[in-house]
Design a protein. Structure first.
Length: 254
């Protein structure tokens, strides 16, 4: 339903009112995940469980949709069914690696074949879990892959005066705890893990709001969140958020 509304909005060049935009941008997300699973009941169970942790989850229900999304968007992690209804998840994994995408990948499958496991891992998957599985176990594996990939296995990220505790989802400046909203915390984490890169407003919005970012007719609300974060970082930390005029923002000590 949401995607249908998005298509109508884009096709008719519809302009959302501020009130309507606000209804969509209140969502609070952390990591952006793709769930490529053709068993819809399982797919939705995974989405419901992971969104409770504050993640943004997008779905692909067949091979073609999975290929389309991994080619078009960047994700922190992809949960990939090896046997998608119209094609092989391994082919999606090959495409992912061909395009040098850096998303972590966890393969899920009803097939406990050792050869399938080895092929998936050899193609670059980070983990493999066999159906049926507990959602809590899947969540733990997701966190482990993200820690290894983004944080070098650590749960604490340090950038000069700034320290982020990814387990407690808290941040400190000069060892003083910061009082951040979840959106501000997510934004700070996104900046620190992408330091020295210019991030456009579109990329920031897409990462933090997922598909809902398409509903906004501009990204002025990004400025509001960044301005609030700068104030809470105080003069010690705010200096690292640089405005790249005409491009976006860059988190750097240069």
């Amino acid at each position: 339903m949401l995607r249908a509304i998005q298509r109508i909005i884009r096709n008719q060049n519809f302009k959302l009112t501020l009130e309507l935009r606000c209804k969509f941008v209140f969502y609070i997300f952390l990591m952006k995940l793709l769930i490529a699973e053709d068993e819809i009941s399982l797919q939705q169970s995974i989405v419901t469980y992971l969104e409770k942790d504050g993640n943004v989850c997008e779905c692909a229900s067949n091979y073609e949709e999975a290929i389309y999304k991994v080619s078009l968007y960047d994700y922190d992690l992809i949960i990939l069914d090896i046997n998608l209804v119209t094609g092989s998840g391994l082919e999606v994994l090959k495409q992912l690696k061909k395009e040098k995408k850096k998303a972590g990948v966890i393969i899920i499958s009803a097939n406990n074949s050792l050869s399938d496991k080895l092929e998936g891992l050899d193609l670059g998957a980070d983990d493999y879990i066999t159906k049926p599985f507990h959602l809590a176990e899947l969540n733990s594996r997701i966190k482990a892959v993200l820690r290894r990939g983004k944080f070098g296995g650590d749960e604490s990220i340090v950038f000069n005066e700034i320290r982020i505790d990814t387990r407690a989802k808290s941040a400190y400046i000069m060892d003083r705890p910061m009082t951040l909203t979840r959106k501000e915390y997510d934004l700070l984490l996104f900046f620190v893990t992408n330091k020295n890169r210019v991030l456009s407003k579109e990329i920031i919005a897409e990462h933090l709001w997922g598909d809902n970012s398409d509903l906004a007719d501009n990204f002025d609300f990004i400025y509001v969140h960044i301005n609030n974060l700068r104030k809470k970082l105080t003069s010690e930390g705010a200096k690292y958020i640089k405005t790249a005029y005409g491009s976006g923002y860059k988190f750097t000590e240069e």
